[in-house]
Design a protein around this ligand. Sequence first.
Ligand SMILES: [Zn+2]
Length: 506
Amino acid sequence: MTRIISITLCSLTALALGTSCGDSEDRDVVVEGQAGRLGGKPNIVMVTVDTLRADHLSAYGHSRETSPHLERLADQGVLFEAAFSTMGTTLPAHLSIMTGLYPHQHGYVANHGAMSGGFQSGESRRAIAEILASDGYTTAAFVSGPTVSKVTGLDAGFQHWDQHEFDKLQSLSSTSRHSSVTTDRAVAWLEAGPEEPFFLWVHYWDPHEPNIPPAPYGGQFPKGSIEEQLIEDRKIRPEVLLERFDDEELARLFHPDWGREGGDIELPPIDHDAVVDLLNRYDSDVYATDVALGRLMDCLEEQGLFDDSILVFTSDHGQALGQHDWLEHGRIQSENVHVPLVIHFPGEVIQQPLRVEDVVSVVDILPTIMARLGTDSARELLTQASGEDIFSGEYLRRFAFSQRSVRERDWELGEDTDGLKFGLTTSRWKYYHRPDGADELYDLSTDSGELIDVAAEHPEVMETLERHVLAILSRRPFTPEARQGPESEELKRFRETLGKIGYTGE
Ligand SMILES: [Zn+2]
């Protein structure tokens, strides 16, 4: 039976620290739920949107109406307000979603990890599609971008795999496909009546750079007042971006037609208006993706499948859009790792709608789903995962661990990435641990933009959070075996495509 408990707690950090709650650490209300198990095997639909930062969704408070369909889903499901990814990088983050493991445990800490031969499944390292397939599920995936293509190994366990033929195309904008096209294919598969139960994964790419929203989305969000506020609040400095990034990188963000035109790059001025234009194009791509989600939900409803299905909506990472003097992803500040997470459960398994304030990680998604199933294979994944069932009634971790990508882009050579960097988010703190440098601490209760390092003022907090980071890193690390033999044609094209979209480093 579903039981929802509303309680007032002191901050989660205070809990983690085992200290008493001071006035400054009181929170309003934390909603916890205990969910039951489902009979049978429900269909499961997973939607991941690449490069989607939570705070650009109206479902998460963005003042533009960018996500009416996600709001429709949230009205019938559970919305997690504070969900964080494990990395700001596509392949590692998706593998965390699909395995419930941290990057050092599934073994991939960069998109280039695919060059070693892709995800290597094994004992305690199985992907959800493999487990569900062994449990009798029909499995199908429809993906939209190169960094989730078959060579990455993300196809593990999928009987039907549908990807964009990026390798046959030449220009930057043609390395991925639009959400409308991917949705057409997924909807056709659903309308053909797949054998149930099924696990369907749909991956969208639209918010990933370059942001080239096609008609009718291009003019969705014309210049308004909201961008001025964002630029001011986020302290976006076009002049620093211009100095920091090379022309190709700037072109990918600020000159969306670059790559379609060929020839020399002619950059527009990288100024205030260019940032406004970038923010507007990004929001338009977010909206286009939401329309695709709406079509997918409509199809599930028309087929009579929606009510009894588990539907998960999330993202692999966010996008900096100029915040912290950064343009894209890879880093682990909130703009890069705070992701949307909305789950619709069938029937009475949990009271819905529900909003959860607790800090959770994408590694918690699979345990939370699989705990509802109660099959043998579900239990196997619960044993494997580093994440937890958020609705067990015993979810006490309440922090999210993230890891910085290794350098993937040439211009990162001068960046502060010497030595890996790890992050821990709690309801109050953002802590960064650098094995070869100074750690940092930000008080999110007064500094949500992570601008003032207060490490020196809170040594006891630093000590506790460092202990959590080191404990996670010591747990079941895995290094994949190096790929043997000559590079296949498929891998060669993959490497070339990675270069085309900017991942030219290690
Ligand atoms: Zn991504």
